[in-house]
Design a protein around this ligand. Sequence first.
Ligand SMILES: Cc1cc2nc3c(=O)[nH]c(=O)nc-3n(C[C@H](O)[C@H](O)[C@H](O)COP(=O)(O)O)c2cc1C
Length: 363
Amino acid sequence: MNAPFNANANAVAGPSRLPRKSARPFVSSDNRPTEADGVFRVVLITSGSVASIRAPDIAAALSQSGDIAVQVVSTKSSTHFCNQTNVDEAVKRSFSFNGTDQIPKDFGVRVWTDEDEWSDWKKVGEPILHIELRRWADLVVVAPCSANTLAKIAGGLCDNLATSLLRALSPETPVILCPAMNTHMYQHKFTAKHLRIVQEELEYLILGPQGGGKLACGDEGPGKMTDWREIVYTIENFAAMHKSKVAQQKAEKDLTLNNRQNHSLSTNGPHSEYTPPSEQSIDPCPFGRSPTPPTPNRSQPDLPTIDSINISSAEAKPSDGKSGSCTPSDNKYRTMDARTASLEHWKSMQNETFWKSKWWAGM
Ligand SMILES: Cc1cc2nc3c(=O)[nH]c(=O)nc-3n(C[C@H](O)[C@H](O)[C@H](O)COP(=O)(O)O)c2cc1C
């Protein structure tokens, strides 16, 4: 996909904007305004699994969206598979620059490492990288999550940038964890125990691993990281849901403001007709965003895309009234209004009830 080239692009992200590496030392408030700006901010943590070779693809695909900003945090082991150079190359490739394009110096997605945590901090009062990153994040994704990092998270250890960030994270910030490990590591009793802790106690969303297939080490069986395109798809869904929630909050805020103004006019100023909140018009579909652009290289027809949900259909009710698991390609969605369709889709996903109710729907 050829993105429009805009050398004056905003330093964070946004429609038609280029991804830009944040300045160092990293300060959250320099990179996220106090008011919602339509940008969804994702920290992608990579740990020492060979599946880290997919992280540049994930970062590049997300950067294409224009309204998703990404920072990558890599553990020391992970840098054997994914580093700043790999991410730079993937992001550049995804924007199809030709030789004559003038690429801004700071174009790309920053990869942060343990060294940055300490080299960017000199004295008390200066920004601390893992704290600034957790302030910045709307979502944290651990992909891949090694057995070691999983064990550390479950045990509360925080001896590097990635685990310190996770330990310092607000419980309001959702986390997606994508395990990737050898089959025996995955089937080890500790793995089940650790996954249960992060799922039930920390309320992380566990995505994968794949149930079978040939692993990089030659073994066959479960343990392979979920397809990176599916990870991108899930993040895009979080971004869409976030947008919906922000729109809803804005509508509620505007409504309160209107009510206050109307109230003060009716009591102090010239007479004006007061409309009770329940009768005021609120956009019934805060999900009215433009369709998510296709993820580059996502060609498999069996992978879901958010566009296959008929988000523009009228306010029809589910025709069958049945509950249960469904996929975005199910016709069932086509009979629902946008909001119901998106919530139904969340419900069909593993562990969804936790994060829908806790983070997005506010129930
Ligand atoms: C080539 C290679 C591939 C590895 N792949 C995995 C893997 O897929 N999953 C895993 O849990 N550990 C894997 N390991 C082991 C981890 O890198 C090791 O446990 C490391 O301590 C993880 O550190 P981290 O969790 O801080 O990144 C691999 C090691 C090597 C040398």
